[in-house]
Write a protein that binds this ligand. Structure first.
Ligand code: LMR
Length: 334
């Protein structure tokens, strides 16, 4: 677990940031601050957080009030975990790749080519194995309230990528995930772990050559402006854990807690059902903005799978062969 001292300083520095979705909270209402790093709208997570706030503020008026801080304006994903424990924010939804300081189990979700599509992800997260993972961090004070999927990741770089050998020698920005680092190394490339808010600048300056992310992030963060093109590899999942402090949740009045949890469940289901459509829309917007999208042949895709899938073995022991099997079983609808 990381030290909390740095977070106290960070929290103090950002104490006066205004929420992207301003809501006047009345006295007596439980204030719920939600901090995330993506666009406030036009992105599956930004839209889900905004929808959650609208529902809480309409349906829990007088009892609770939600403020959403988007675009890393309050905290980045590392800082937000500490801020949750300090009570500076109450809800967050970092990518499942970013929980390594707290649990190694979520390395599962980063295994390349694990899920064949978003429907398989939904089946796994709804399964008993997926649901049990929500409480895997209670010993360090965090509780998962649900999963928000975001899409499958695509590679982009400052040169065309059609085969893994095209990535050799390049540097790619990755999230703070050892699976992602191993996967990039398997391509003969180098991974650099950077906060999301720093990715555009690093691509623009040439500090890194490429990156991997969803259509929605590549479009809304404008990464395509500073890349040669995007290759539709669909190689890895991006999904979020809606996470809170177990202690804060326990401190709420039972009726406030129950209503909030019910709204979170409903918003999560609605958001996840809309992700595939939003991803397709943002892919189309990329094309309309003039971005080059390269589609792989079946043979080319097999070469990417052959290059990256061997990293599974490196993580099988910490993740657990049974969990990997349960996730793979979700690829079949039966
Ligand atoms: C990233 O760092 O690339 C993602 O976690 C950003 C996000 O929240 O979608």
């Amino acid at each position: 677990m990381k030290s909390l001292a740095g977070a106290i300083v960070t929290a103090a520095c950002f104490a006066f940031a205004a929420p992207a979705i301003a809501e006047e909270c009345q006295s007596g209402e439980t204030v719920i601050k939600f901090s995330h790093v993506v666009s406030a709208s036009g992105h599956p997570k930004g839209d889900a957080a905004a929808h959650l706030a609208r529902r809480v503020n309409a349906e829990m008026d007088g009892k609770a009030c939600m403020q959403v801080f988007a675009n890393s304006e309050l905290f980045d994903d590392d800082q937000v975990m500490e801020a949750l424990l300090l009570g500076d924010v109450h809800l967050a939804a970092p990518s499942l790749s970013k929980f390594e300081p707290y649990t190694l189990k979520f390395r599962l979700f980063d295994l390349p080519f694990l899920f064949q599509d978003l429907a398989a992800v939904d089946r796994f997260t709804a399964s008993s194995a997926g649901q049990e993972l929500l409480s895997v961090m209670t010993d360090v004070g965090f509780l998962g309230l649900g999963y928000w999927t975001s899409g499958l990741k695509q590679f982009s770089a400052n040169k065309p990528l059609l085969l893994p050998s095209d990535a050799k020698g390049l540097t790619f920005r990755v999230q703070t995930s050892s699976v992602a680092m191993a996967m990039i190394e398997a391509l003969g490339a180098t991974g650099r772990q950077l906060a999301f808010k720093d990715v555009y600048g690093a691509l623009e300056s040439g500090d890194v050559d490429g990156q991997e992310n969803t259509w929605s992030n590549i479009y809304t963060q404008k990464f395509y402006e500073v890349q040669d093109g995007v290759t539709a590899t669909n190689h890895q999942l991006l999904a979020y854990l809606v996470v809170t402090s177990a202690e804060w949740l326990k401190s709420l009045d039972p009726d406030v807690r129950d209503q909030l949890l019910q709204i979170v469940r409903e918003v999560s289901a609605r958001s996840n059902a809309a992700v595939a459509r939003k991803e397709a829309e943002n892919r189309q917007r990329l094309l309309e903005a003039g971005a080059e999208i390269r589609v792989l042949t079946a043979d080319q895709r097999e070469v990417w799978i052959g290059a990256m899938k061997p990293v599974w073995e490196m993580f099988e022991e910490v993740v657990g062969a049974d969990l990997i099997e349960a996730a793979q079983a979700a690829n079949s609808a039966d």
